[in-house]
Design a protein around this ligand. Structure first.
Ligand code: MN
Length: 245
């Protein structure tokens, strides 16, 4: 894959083996299929001083037929996992730059940090944003969606439309904006662009081609509709309660 060459290039000067040893990441290996369900999407995303990939909260084949096991496994092991390695690598290189007082590469490293950090955060939320059969909208979230979108269905239609319309690779995002105490639907291009500072993502739908192409080919709209059948609104509700607290 062409993108892997780019990723390998990013290891220059640090060494992939050193990065992998430092992170202990089982890159390319799917984590336990019998992982216990967990709401701890982000608390599992950092451990012992490095970012790590949390376990899937369900078996890889548990989301079928809406999201098949091979698509999910490839996504988890070949797209999310490398982002975690590159995120740790960017931070290590920035630390080295500070020690050397050499910031010649700071622009590219800052871009790597935002791209791969955004990828890790959003993918960590993404696995929990789906659950077998989907999970209905809890009352508190329904009330907030009604206040800010005029109802649950208009909010879901807005979310789906935004996800379908993302330009290039990116995400549909339901977020909580804490200044106004308001829910927003955002688009994200790549993993970092179009973000609104301070807004807390609650539910995210990956619309990069890698997320759906194997199963849905170019039919992104079909993938977004399938995602809605899997959407874990209970997870979004818990994140909303935490964000408000
Ligand atoms: Mn992805």
């Amino acid at each position: 894959m062409k993108s892997m060459l780019t990723r390998r290039d990013a290891f220059k000067g640090l060494g992939a083996a050193a990065i992998l040893a430092a992170t202990g990441l089982p890159v390319g290996e799917l984590l336990a299929a019998d992982a216990k369900p967990s709401e701890a999407a982000l608390s599992e995303a950092f451990r012992d001083g490095v970012y790590v990939q949390g376990k899937l909260p369900y078996a890889p084949d548990a989301l079928g037929p809406s999201y098949d096991a091979q698509t999910l496994e490839t996504h988890y092991a070949k797209h999310h996992a490398p982002a975690v390695v590159l995120l740790n690598a960017a931070l290590a290189k920035l630390e080295a730059a500070r020690k050397a007082n050499d910031f010649a590469a700071v622009k590219g490293l800052s871009q790597d940090l935002a791209l791969n950090g955004g990828s890790h955060v959003l993918h960590s939320l993404f696995w929990h944003s789906m659950t077998p059969g989907g999970a209905g909208v809890p009352d508190d979230l329904a009330a907030a969606l009604t206040k800010d979108f005029g109802g649950v269905e208009p909010a879901q239609r807005h979310f789906a439309a935004a996800a379908k319309a993302v330009e290039g690779g990116g995400w549909g995002v339901l977020a909580y904006e804490p200044i106004a105490g308001k829910l927003l639907v955002l688009q994200c291009e790549k993993h970092q662009n179009l973000a609104l500072w301070g807004a807390v993502p609650l539910l995210v739908c990956d619309v990069w081609e890698h997320a759906y192409y194997r199963q849905y080919a170019n039919r992104r709209d079909d993938w977004v509709e399938a995602f809605l059948k899997l959407a874990n609104w209970a997870f979004a509700g818990k994140r909303l309660a935490a964000a408000r607290a």
